[in-house]
Design a protein around this ligand. Structure first.
Ligand code: FAD
Ligand code: NAD
Length: 495
């Protein structure tokens, strides 16, 4: 394998290290955090190795981590397929388009998804080649230090290889949180991997956890025909979202979409049968229910993947939940060791991981990398979509911040009417005295795209007046953002 040797001296102290190659940067993990960090480090002239252990269902190494293999990309491919199915079955008739003999070929839908995943995961290998990042398949763990360098052992298919790193970026991501006593087999009881791979539409699908995965995957299989029941432990629904958005989402998901969502549900037991799973739970009133499902998805959050890193061998500090402890610049307690993405504090989002990767690579190269966690957009890819940036109304109230709110419903948008997607609204929150935008919350069509305007505005410290004075194309969904901004000053024009 080709690699660029480090510019640093590499004195050897023992036989093992005589064999070890030295890199300016060794990245452990090739998810959206790690692979982007590696590319940026190499772009900046640093000799860079990226180690990754992921194997796909066929047992082949596959770069891209959770996001590309079993997260963002495959879930969005299935979301699109299921939305198309929904359109053709339920919505085309409104447009005067009659379609008969509609069929659903789940195997083909899955093959399309797999092809998209394959294109992107193999694409990373090409990006590595183009940027001169060396890639190594295997499991990386700390194995001590040699002078000012960290020793990393990589267990691949053959012998364990040892490399040395002047700088290390830990980007080992996260794993699904398990429900105590419940074994995931990804046949009957599934995590995100199984939930993305069903070969047929389950008649009765149970989901434990009404978080982002629960509502996204629940929506996919509901649209394709499953009866979906979601059991959420907390009394509230989508607690991180703005309360008004969460309320509208609950109305849409339990109404037109037909998800059964039970909040305040306590799961007492999960029993696997031959071809079904029985879940016993208590509802919020304390009544006991026993329900049988053809498949069960457990989606109750994710935990940092630090278990086998051998962090203690170098004294890398983890917190009591297993996250690598970092400061606001992703620096760990060890000199020249950084950690990014799902394995550290902050939201578990692919774009947050990638931006931290860029920032850290730039810091290693002597530049001033920076990520503003306050303007990271959140998106939930349901229908309607949900997206937000900044603080929610309930957070502003709790902090005692005086604010003004402007809101515009999509039902009053010409473009939304033409699309036939009129549910939801855009809400803008701005400081009562300075008018600076503090948060924007959207539920509605293409919220994932619309939120970018709000992110840019907040990064530039814009006021609601700034957005109100910008010309927005007509007819476009972005006019809802414009009208929400006008609404902050109580001068909306179309409502
Ligand atoms: P990961 O993507 O988890 O990558 C870590 C990599 O490191 C893996 O390849 C792992 O095998 C490897 N690794 C771990 N330990 C070692 C080791 N010791 N040696 C070598 N390799 C190792 N986020 C969004 O922003 N948008 C979405 O739409 C979205 N959808 C999602 C849908 C689902 C179903 C799931 C599960 C997640 C979704 N996420 C989404 C979250 C997103 O996938 C994660 O935030 C993101 O993947 C985190 O990136 P990362 O690089 O930190 O870690
Ligand atoms: P989540 O944190 O979004 O939701 C987990 C839910 O499970 C919570 O509502 C929690 O209260 C509930 N829960 C916990 N224990 C429970 C129990 N015993 N019984 C019933 N409910 C229980 O986690 P997730 O949905 O597993 O997703 C993991 C992470 O992946 C998310 O936090 C998100 O960062 C990321 N993700 C992002 C996207 C996206 O950006 N569109 C999509 C999917 C996943």
């Amino acid at each position: 394998m080709k690699h660029r040797e480090s510019t640093y001296a590499s004195p050897v102290t023992d036989q093992r290290n005589k064999m070890a190659r030295t890199f300016d940067v060794v990245v452990i993990g090739a998810g959206p955090g790690g692979y982007i960090a590696a590319i940026r480090a190499a772009q900046l002239g640093l000799s860079t190795l990226c180690i990754d252990a992921w194997k796909n269902a066929a047992g082949k190494p596959s770069l891209g981590g959770t996001c590309l293999n079993v997260g963002c990309i495959p879930s969005k491919a299935l979301l699109e397929s299921s939305e198309n199915y929904e359109r053709v079955v339920h919505k085309f008739a409104d447009h005067g388009i009659g379609v008969s003999g509609i069929t659903l070929d789940v195997a083909k839908m899955q093959a399309r998804k797999d092809k998209i995943v394959d294109t992107f995961t193999t694409g990373i290998a090409l990006l590595f080649k183009k940027n001169k990042v060396e890639s190594m398949h295997g499991f990386g763990r700390f194995a001590g230090t040699v002078e000012d360098r960290y020793v990393i052992e990589v267990a691949g298919e053959g012998a364990v290889e040892t490399v040395e790193a002047r700088n290390v970026i830990v980007a080992t991501g996260s794993l699904p949180r398990g429900l105590p006593g419940v074994e995931v087999d990804n046949e009957l009881v599934c995590d995100n991997i199984g939930a993305l791979g069903f070969g047929e539409v389950p008649k009765r699908l149970g989901v434990i956890g009404a978080g982002v995965i629960g509502v996204e995957m629940g929506s996919v299989w509901r649209r394709l025909g499953a009866e979906v029941t979601i059991l959420e432990a907390l009394p509230s629904f989508l607690g991180a979202a703005d309360e008004q958005v969460a309320k509208e989402a609950y109305r849409q998901f339990t109404g037109p979409l037909g998800l059964r969502i039970y909040t305040g549900a306590k799961v007492a037991s999960v029993t696997r049968g031959k071809a079904s799973v029985t879940v016993e739970y208590e509802d919020r009133e304390g009544t006991r229910h026993v329900t049988e499902f053809d498949r069960l998805v457990v989606a109750i959050g994710r935990i940092p993947n630090t278990g086998d890193l051998n962090a203690e061998s170098v004294g890398l500090r983890l917190d009591d939940r297993g996250y690598v402890e970092v400061d606001s610049s992703c620096r760990t307690n060890l000199a020249n060791v950084f950690a990014i993405g799902d394995v550290v504090r902050g939201p578990m989002l692919a774009h947050k991981s990638s931006e931290e990767g860029v920032a850290v690579a730039e810091m290693i190269a002597g530049q001033a990398g920076h990520v503003n966690l306050a303007t990271i957009p959140w998106v939930i890819y349901t229908s309607p979509e949900i997206a937000w940036v900044g603080r929610t109304e309930q957070e502003l109230k709790a902090e005692g911040v005086a604010y003004r709110a402007g809101q515009f419903p999509f039902i009053a948008s010409g473009r939304a009417r033409a699309l036939g997607e009129t549910a939801g609204f855009v809400k803008m929150l701005a400081d009562a005295s300075t008018d600076q935008i503090l948060g924007v919350h959207i539920i509605g069509p293409f919220a994932s795209e619309l939120i970018s305007e709000a992110v840019v505005a907040m990064e530039f410290g814009a006021s609601s007046e700034d957005i109100a004075r910008i010309v927005h194309a007509h007819p476009s969904l972005s006019e809802a953002m414009h009208e929400a901004a006008l609404g902050v000053d109580k001068r909306a024009l179309n409502i």
